[in-house]
Design a protein around this ligand. Structure first.
Ligand SMILES: NC(=O)c1ccc[n+]([C@@H]2O[C@H](COP(=O)([O-])OP(=O)(O)OC[C@H]3O[C@@H](n4cnc5c(N)ncnc54)[C@H](OP(=O)(O)O)[C@@H]3O)[C@@H](O)[C@H]2O)c1
Length: 217
């Protein structure tokens, strides 16, 4: 059977109360041991995807550094093509394959600016990136395994549209609280529990003061 989309893993480090960042956007929850585990996972996927806000807040590299292994393709959802030229991902795009997924609303000027950074641009969706269409394009490009590293707004879209297969969360020993902090899954949320997929707890590992939960569909 021809696959219509990559295998999708949603991954995050969360506080005990389910937050991924404070209201100021501070998300430094991960321990060294967890970073190593995540980098190991990165080295085994074809691509990593994040949302625009995560890039603006964290300016990540999305590479494999804590273990030996290949860098996956980096994908950023950025509807209007606003990513700063000085960001780590844009600066290194000529060396590490990078896809910026935009909507059709991107201006010619922003499109050309991105192109000058040697990124691959995929435009799909009217106002925002259409994730379903994007996944169909990615599988045709032989991206079979995709790691989604947030943030919460992006996670919600994958969950709402039922476009994921696995969830890996590390519960870190912190409490954040606050209605304006960022949770693992943002968006409007489901009205009834019955709307949620009922996941299967496939594995648990303990790493010092944290536990990692591996849930599958
Ligand atoms: N603890 C952790 O493991 C972890 C992991 C990742 C992130 N974080 C934290 O999470 C925070 C950011 O999360 P966030 O929820 O604010 O933002 P986000 O999910 O990183 O990015 C959301 C943005 O992506 C763009 N986007 C484009 N197409 C989209 C689509 N189809 N669906 C969803 N988004 C789309 C949208 O902006 P445009 O439409 O304008 O492009 C949207 O506002 C940061 O503070 C970061 O540090 C924590």
């Amino acid at each position: 059977m021809v696959k219509s989309r990559p295998y999708v893993i949603l991954s995050a480090a969360i506080s005990i109360d389910g937050k991924i960042a404070t209201k100021s956007g501070d998300s430094k929850l991960s321990s060294k041991i967890d970073k190593k585990r995540v980098h190991q996972l990165r080295s085994k996927v074809d691509a990593i995807l994040i949302g625009k806000n995560t890039l603006f807040r964290d300016d990540p590299m999305l590479t494999v550094r804590y273990v030996k292994g290949k860098n996956p393709i980096r994908i950023v959802l950025d509807s209007l093509g606003l990513l700063p030229s000085k960001s780590n991902i844009m600066r290194t795009a000529s060396k590490i394959p990078t896809i910026i997924a935009t909507s059709k609303k991107i201006s010619k000027k922003n499109f050309n600016r991105l192109k000058n950074h040697n990124v691959d641009i995929i435009s799909c969706g009217k106002d925002q990136v259409n994730i379903k269409q994007l996944l169909q394009i990615l599988i045709k490009r032989n991206i079979k395994k995709l790691l989604v590293e947030g943030g919460g707004t992006v996670n919600w879209q994958f969950i709402k549209q039922n476009l994921f297969d696995e969830i890996i969360v590390t519960i870190t020993p912190f409490l954040i609280g606050g209605k304006n902090s960022i949770t693992f899954v943002q968006g409007d949320g489901f009205l009834n529990i019955s709307k949620s997929a009922k996941l299967h707890l496939a594995r648990i590992t303990r790493q010092n003061n944290e536990i990692v939960l591996f849930y599958k569909k």
